[in-house]
Structure formats: structure tokens, C-alpha cells
Design a protein around this ligand. Sequence first.
Ligand SMILES: Cc1cc2nc3c(=O)[nH]c(=O)nc-3n(C[C@H](O)[C@H](O)[C@H](O)COP(=O)(O)OP(=O)(O)OC[C@H]3O[C@@H](n4cnc5c(N)ncnc54)[C@H](O)[C@@H]3O)c2cc1C
Length: 426
Amino acid sequence: MSARHVIVVGASLAGTRTARALREQGFTGRLTLVGDEPHPPYDRPPLSKRILDGDRWTDADGTVGDTAEDLAEDLAEIALPTVDDLDVELRAGVAAVALRPADRTLLLTDGDRLRWDGLVVATGAAARPWPTPAPAGVHTLRTLDDARALRRALAAPDARLLVVGAGFLGSEVAAAAVRRGVPVTLVEAGTLPLVRAVGTAVGEFVARLHREAGIDLRTGTRVRSLTGTDRVTGAHLDDGTHVPATVVLAALGAVPRTAWLRGSGLLLDGAVVCDEFGRALAEDGTVVPGVVAVGDASRRPHPLAPGTLHLGHWSAAVEHSALAARVLLRREADGAPPEPPATVPSFWSDLHGVRIRSLGLPHLADEARTVEYDPPGRRLVVSYHRAGEPVGVLAVNRAGRLAAHRPLLVEAVRAARRRAAVPPVA
Ligand SMILES: Cc1cc2nc3c(=O)[nH]c(=O)nc-3n(C[C@H](O)[C@H](O)[C@H](O)COP(=O)(O)OP(=O)(O)OC[C@H]3O[C@@H](n4cnc5c(N)ncnc54)[C@H](O)[C@@H]3O)c2cc1C
């Protein structure tokens, strides 16, 4: 085993999965997990689903309160598997502030300087904030505390929600709020919800779901300015209208949390730029020995995509973690180096009672073919192609249809890899 002390920075999905993978792959050395959140590790997709849309909206007394018991119940809903069995030193509530690959040290906010043999960057992403100073009532959603604050604001009897950005997260929150009887306006600069990620057919389908549910969907317009001095009262849109709101959710995407790596010599393009194995690259393009990056904090090449890809998907974080452990440990009992992964990215979203699932990289397509279209049944299947080759598939309430497409996509990834001829880890 070449690594004696591995430090994982970021104690959420990718970090805890990597810690587990290291142990499962036989690492017996010292393992430290550094996480800056005050809570035990938890999963994020349920924040916009079970926490905002589930039974946890109200207690018997009409609200979900702020007691320790309420928090414990929320955490129990969304907890990630415990790391207690991993013989891991958990440094909770502490952030990493600087990395020095040259002398293999990591500096923490509590002043500790830790030496490492292997280091995993798993610091994820933060919600992109509202671009200008905002009055009270303007929210973002990335953490459990964010979700609890948003739920509390929406539980007010006079709540009116304005969601800015009709991507997956904005669409899920709009759907959750309207289902609870909150009037919702959803503003999207693009021509349709989700259009940049998954194209027109799915965008039109989701727009119909939003409107049928009673959401006031405004597309092709932007928020010009928020109104209200102490508390938000609404927003002026580019089209000259004013939307009243007591609560605003800025659903503007996510920004990788890599500011702490500035000055480390790691190559950053928002996220840590990696090779296909997740090994961090230095600013001169060489591999930084002993450092890997996983999940939302990383970007890496994918055979189907030009340049490097930052996915921000749950399943990508999971896949990166297993590979990162293999690469760090270089388990070569059989003499074989890790193979490049033939991964087909996948994603899901739940809104208005339908489940959307996708495989591949639909945003790369130059052509989308509608395979099945059944609005009354709330079902849709779209396949995505580039230069005639499959690059993705998306199914609404038709997950079973994905199975037939998966082998085609796996083969497309393999063929693209053969053309690129990625060498194995040396
Ligand atoms: C509301 C919501 C809904 C989502 N729904 C879906 C979905 O339906 N499907 C899907 O595929 N994906 C979904 N995602 C995306 C998915 O949750 C992410 O891809 C996943 O959480 C990435 O995991 P990660 O561990 O890389 O990063 P994160 O989950 O962001 O975790 C990073 C951790 O590192 C900590 N950290 C950051 N900086 C430091 C530091 N300097 N020192 C110590 N610790 C630090 C952070 O506090 C955090 O705990 C959703 C995300 C959100 C926010």
C-alpha cells in the first residue's frame, strides 16, 4: 500500500464514498475526513424533494420548528451511511484552507497542519449567489440549513414564491411549493425550462407540467432587479412586469468550492481539472502526485465530450469515488493498472409526481428524436444524437425504456475512447 495517511477534504457524498472505497479496497493506513458542515454527512437530492416536498413540511402544530428534535428528524430522513465503521478520524466543523503539494501538507481553519501521503479533494460546490446585495427573503439551496430556512419561509401564511431559474433545482422547488398551495412564479431566461440541458421536447413537456400545476411560468425574460428594502417584495422583469413575492429562490446553478486551493499549484477551471482517472493536474498540465479530486469539485475528460466536463450529478460523484480510491492505492496485486472507466453519466429528477431519468450527455446533442410522447399518461422518451451517433436518452415516467439504450451508449463511449486512445495509469 503506497499511501500511509490519506486525507479526504469534504465530508459529503463523494468524500464519504471515497473513504469507504479506500477501506473496501484494503487501505489499512491512517484515514482522516475533514468536513466544514456542522451536521453529520447527509445527501443533497432529498433537500428539494423529501425535505421541501415530503411530509416534513408541517408538524402537528402546523409548522416544522427549529428544535433539536426537528433537526434530528430531518437528518434522519437524509443521512448518508455512517462512517463510524471505517476507522476514520472525522474532523467535523473544520475547513481546509490551504494545500501545499510540494511538502504534502494541508492547513485547517483550527490551525492544524496535517501531513498526507494521499489527498482527496471532495469539497463539492456552493449555490451561485444572487449577484448583487439582496434584501432578506432571498434564498439559495445547497445545504440542509438552506432547505430548512426555505421551508420555514414558505410555511408563512402569506408566502408567495419567485423562483429565478427553471433548471432542475428551480423546477423541483417550484413544483414542491405549488403543491403545498404557495403561489409560485418561475422565471427563466431561456425559451423553456431545462432547455439548455435536455432540449426543446423535454422543455415543452415540463413547461406544460408546471402550468397545469398552476405555476406562473415566465420564459424568455430575466429578473432586472429585486424590489424591497429590508425584505424582498418582488422583482422587476426585463419584459416590464413586476412580480410580487415574499420569498425568492435564486436557482442560478452551482459554483465549485475550490477557492481554498488557490495558490496550491493545482489547475483550476472553476473545479479542479483532472485527467480521466481523477488525478489532479498542476498548472503546467502534469499530474500532481498523490492528489485526486472527486464529485462536484472536479472536472475531467469524457470520451464523448470536448475538453473537460463538470457534471454536478450524484452518480458521477459515486463513480469518481471508487476510481479515486483505486488510483490512490494503485492496487496492483495482479499487476494491472486501473482501466479508464467506460462510464455513461446518469441523472434523475422528481417533479410534479413524475420521475425524469437520463443517461449519457443530452446537452451535447445536435438532434433529439422523440421516441414516445404521451402527455395524458405523463410519459415521454427522447433519444439524443450527435452526428448521427447516440449521446444520451431521457425518459419521463418510463425508466424501463432506458435499458435498451444503455448498451448503445456504452458502445459509443468505448468507440470514442478507442479513437482517443487514452493510456492506462502509468
Ligand atoms: C437541492 C439539490 C438537489 C439535487 N438533486 C439531484 C438529483 O435529483 N439528481 C442528481 O443526480 N443530483 C442532484 N443534486 C446534485 C448532487 O447532490 C451533487 O452532485 C452531490 O451532492 C455532489 O457531491 P459532492 O460530495 O461532490 O459535493 P457536496 O455534496 O457539495 O459536498 C461537499 C462537502 O464538502 C464540504 N466542504 C466544502 N469546502 C470545504 C473545505 N474547504 N473544507 C472542508 N469541507 C469543505 C461542504 O460543506 C460539503 O459538505 C442535487 C443537489 C442539490 C443541492
